[in-house]
Design a protein around this ligand. Structure first.
Ligand SMILES: [Zn+2]
Ligand SMILES: [Zn+2]
Length: 440
């Protein structure tokens, strides 16, 4: 008898194993077979061997057939014994490793799919929780019989369940970003699932001033609703996030959203040009295969926010978009001169001074109540000016993201240095701020 059959025979002398659990001890041998097929093949060969011994009056054959019938729960061995005139005891045993659970996978899958009814998914992953005592029992069996070809019972469960779900649903297993993760403890038969978020990316333009980027919770009541916020729980009635999420939540039947963008503009600033990159994360979506064109049209109908280039994104893209926060930005600012008028000489001076200059900026006084007080070092690449009237001019500022542009203009009582007001020795005020470009 060869090594494999010898090991299998010895195992079955003392242990009760189903086809899967015996086959799993030899999982790295042969390709394209399931462990159940391996186990059955090995048991069949052992049965042939034993049958031949029994026909040659070798008593070992009978005891091997008995082991196969009882410990191996192997019908063929039972039948051979009957033919040979023995009255074998029928096995009342249960596989000591999987406790028969590997023969219940179809019914597990039925339960799993029932749980996720109503959730659309294109990909999935299965995770299994195996009790420690089962893992230890298999480890010690392998040590005792010097088994070196095995795989873990956990991978057999997850793989085989995955195969069945794929067959039934026509969806594929995805290890990196599955839409749904099933979890199962086959031994307690506890089944759970987790629906991963849906990510939709694109660029947004904010056509009107006065709305914040993200939902802004009322500072007085913390979102519960109070007299101050008109019982809305919000400081501002709407936001870019809420305008974008509305049709998305309607179509995906999601629970809520999180809004990610590369940087943010002030409430009173517009975003024009090619827009600002964003990704909206939909929690617990029921539908995923939604028409992005339809969503785009719906959002753009708001007249306040416009989105373009919508696409299905992922978690990794969120990280990327956030790291772009300091990417180059172009702003257009309308500036009013508080005392005296603006001269061509002033404008020339501004353009000269603010070409390739490093700005030291302390957190602006106007945001100090919600941002830590620290000094930022930001770069201004260039500034273009255009006179609009005696007392106003337009600035186009190309700078590193994260620079507070209003403070670059008015100086914030010297907290931003250098600043434009100081350079021309005139009081200045931003009356309009627009984001023209966010580089991606
Ligand atoms: Zn088993
Ligand atoms: Zn409130």
């Amino acid at each position: 008898m060869g090594e494999i059959l010898e090991v299998a025979k010895k195992i079955l002398e003392e242990h009760c194993l189903c086809d899967n659990c015996l086959g799993r001890q030899f999982a790295s041998l042969g390709y394209g077979l399931s462990n159940a097929e391996r186990g059955k093949t090995i048991k069949s060969f052992l049965a042939f061997e034993a049958h031949n011994q029994a026909l040659n009056e070798n008593k070992d054959g009978i005891s091997l057939l008995e082991n196969l019938a009882v410990n191996g729960m192997f019908k063929l061995a039972e039948d051979i014994l009957k033919r040979l005139g023995y009255k074998p005891k029928t096995s009342q045993k249960k596989c000591e490793l999987c406790e028969g659970k590997l023969q219940k996978l179809e019914s597990f899958v039925g339960e799993m799919l029932k749980k996720v009814e109503g959730y659309e998914f294109n990909s999935f992953l299965v995770g299994a929780k195996i009790p420690e005592k089962i893992i230890e029992a298999e480890d010690s069996l392998r040590a005792n019989y010097k088994v070196k070809w095995g795989e873990t019972i956990k991978s057999e469960f997850t793989r085989e369940i995955g195969k069945i779900i794929s067959r039934v649903t026509k969806k594929h297993v995805d290890y990196k970003k599955p839409d749904i993760v099933f979890t199962i403890n086959p031994f307690t038969e506890e089944i759970g699932f987790q629906v991963n978020p849906l990510f939709i990316g694109g660029r947004y333009k904010k056509l009107v001033a006065g709305i914040p980027q993200a939902r802004w919770v009322c500072g007085r009541c913390g979102g519960v609703g109070c007299e101050h916020c008109g019982w809305t729980g919000k400081k501002y009635p709407e936001s870019v996030q809420e305008i974008i999420e509305k049709p998305i939540l309607e179509l995906t039947l999601g629970e809520k959203t999180e809004f990610h963008a590369s940087g943010r503009e002030d409430i009173d600033a517009k975003v024009l040009g090619n827009g600002r990159p964003f990704i909206i994360e939909v929690k617990n979506p029921k539908k995923r295969n939604i028409d992005l064109k339809l969503i785009e049209e719906e959002i753009n109908r708001s007249g306040k926010v416009e989105v373009l280039n919508l696409y299905f994104a992922d978690k990794q893209a969120v990280r990327k978009i956030k790291s772009m926060e300091t990417a180059k930005k172009v702003y257009r600012v309308i500036v009013e001169v508080e005392d005296g008028g603006i001269t061509d000489e002033d404008l020339k001076k501004i353009e000269e001074k603010f070409t390739d200059v490093t700005v030291k900026q302390q957190t602006p006084t106007r945001v100090l109540h919600r941002r830590a007080d620290k000094t930022r070092i930001k770069h201004v690449y260039r500034v273009k000016t255009k006179k609009l009237s005696q007392k106003s001019f337009e600035l186009e500022v190309e700078c590193q993201g994260g620079l507070y542009v209003k403070e670059l203009v008015d100086g914030d009582q010297g907290r931003t240095k250098p600043n434009i007001s100081e350079v021309i020795q005139k009081g200045l005020r931003c009356v309009e701020l627009t984001v023209l470009e966010v580089q991606a």
